[in-house]
Design a protein around this ligand. Structure first.
Ligand SMILES: [Cu+2]
Length: 189
């Protein structure tokens, strides 16, 4: 799209330049009205070609994207939004946390998102795009933190008075640190 946009921009600027030179040269002469082919070409044909190219590129890219539900990350975490906090459950380990998602770095993790009340949106910009947490439907989101560290996020769907405080933090550990956290979390119950 950047390449196409650049090409169209250069073409328009070039035509503008030609128009300026010509109008300067023919300032004394008769004013000619532009040929209707300019309108058909620039207003119908060119946009049709550009839109078709972008459409085909989009469809090809969408088909090439992996089906998120079909991939099988090692770890599944259930993240439930409610007014106004995130409850996080690690179903394979019997561990819970609140407003923090602990993950192993360098591994794909499947988040199963839902809500107990209104629509929330799980958003940790450094890791993935926004994904809605809905009351009547599970959405999935695959996140992978390349490096151990802390990644801040927030609810990205206005969900009431406490919306701005509805923060979420993803803490990525190295493998050993994650196992340690799971054990400590399990002890906490
Ligand atoms: Cu929310």
């Amino acid at each position: 799209m950047v390449a196409l946009g650049t090409a169209v921009f250069i073409l328009v600027v070039a035509l503008l330049g030609v128009g300026l030179v010509r109008s300067g040269a023919s300032a004394e002469g008769n004013q000619r009205s532009p040929s209707p082919w300019w309108l058909l070409g620039g207003g119908v044909a060119l946009p049709s070609i550009v839109i078709t190219v972008v459409l085909v590129a989009t469809v090809v890219t969408m088909r090439a994207l992996p089906d998120q539900a079909g991939t099988a990350p090692g770890l599944t975490i259930e993240v439930t939004g409610s007014q106004w906090q995130w409850d996080v459950v690690y179903p394979d380990h019997g561990v819970r946390s609140v407003n923090e998602v602990h993950v192993p770095a360098g591994e794909a993790v499947l988040l199963r998102l839902r809500s107990t009340d209104v629509i929330h949106s799980f958003w940790v910009p450094a890791l993935a795009g926004k994904m809605d947490a809905l009351p009547d439907h599970d959405n999935t989101l695959i996140v992978e933190a390349d490096e151990p560290g802390t990644y801040g996020g927030a609810c990205a769907e206005f969900c009431g008075l406490g919306h701005t405080g509805m923060r979420i933090t993803v803490v990525a550990h190295d493998r050993a640190g994650f196992e340690r956290w799971l054990e400590n979390g399990a002890r906490r119950g």
